[in-house]
Design a binder for this molecule. Structure first.
Ligand code: SAM
Ligand code: 2KA
Ligand code: SF4
Ligand code: MG
Length: 209
């Protein structure tokens, strides 16, 4: 497996925001989102075996892991790693362009599926049939930069939503958070708004936090 970084921080995004979490960031992505804050993960990294990664994770005292990237579902051995992490609470961040049909996650493991909106320039690659595999504990995430993105997200929810927690968040520094919040409340949408808190706690472009 090709690993870009492994670090301990607090979860800065999504439904477990604020909890101490061990991050495993894999190298390589099949998309090139316009706003991607992790471009350094496209190429840089070192080969590690599943066992080596697990041994690094075990050095930390926490039992919560976030698997991200890059796109972690491009890693062939991911299912083996998930098996070793069977005692851990695991969140896998995925970009909506990889078929989730072949994964059978443990009850303490879940997906955050990010549906890429038009301003990402990658929305045409989204696989909408993935919605049928999601469970109540999974997260469906929309990172919004424009009103068009917001309207697109609303349509996608109306058409495909079955189960899971929906979150809306702003593209960092591209749009005022309160703009999105106002739209949500005007439309009576029952979605969870969130900010990337690690970019408030640390410098926004700091690595390894
Ligand atoms: C770096 S990606 C890695 C996982 C996977 N490739 C994906 O896109 O979901 C992790 C999360 O960071 C979000 N993200 C990346 N750049 C961002 C930005 N500039 N502002 C807000 N969120 C951003 C992505 O939308 C995604 O939800
Ligand atoms: N603190 C912190 N929380 C995060 N949640 C998801 C992240 C990611 O890059 O996928 C991330 C990250 O890079 N840092
Ligand atoms: S899918 Fe994720 S890692 Fe890949 S370019 Fe988009 S935000 Fe960046
Ligand atoms: Mg990040």
């Amino acid at each position: 497996m090709k690993v870009n970084e492994i670090f301990l921080s607090i979860q800065g995004e999504g439904v477990s925001t604020g909890f101490p979490t061990i991050f495993i960031r894999f190298t390589g992505c099949n998309l090139r989102c316009s706003f991607c804050d992790t471009k350094y993960s496209y190429e840089d990294g070192e080969e590690m075996s599943v066992e080596e990664i697990y041994n690094e994770v075990k050095k930390f005292k926490y039992k919560r892991v976030c698997i991200t990237g890059g796109e972690p579902l491009l890693q062939e051995d991911l299912s083996k790693l998930l098996y070793l992490l069977k005692e851990y609470e695991v969140n896998i961040e995925t970009n909506g362009s990889v078929d989730l049909g072949k994964y059978r996650l443990l009850p303490n493991h879940r997906f955050t599926m990010d549906m890429k909106v038009p301003s990402s320039m990658e929305s045409k690659k989204m696989i909408f049939t993935n919605f049928k595999y999601l469970k109540d504990r999974d997260e469906i995430k929309f990172v919004i930069g424009t009103r068009e993105d917001y309207e697109w997200a609303k349509e996608v929810i109306k058409k495909y939503y079955r189960k899971g927690i929906i979150t809306f968040s702003p593209v960092f520094n591209k749009i005022e958070p309160k703009e999105i919040v106002n739209w949500i409340l005007q439309d009576n949408l029952d979605v969870r708004f969130q900010l990337q808190i690690h970019k408030i706690i640390w410098e926004p472009d700091e690595k390894g936090v």
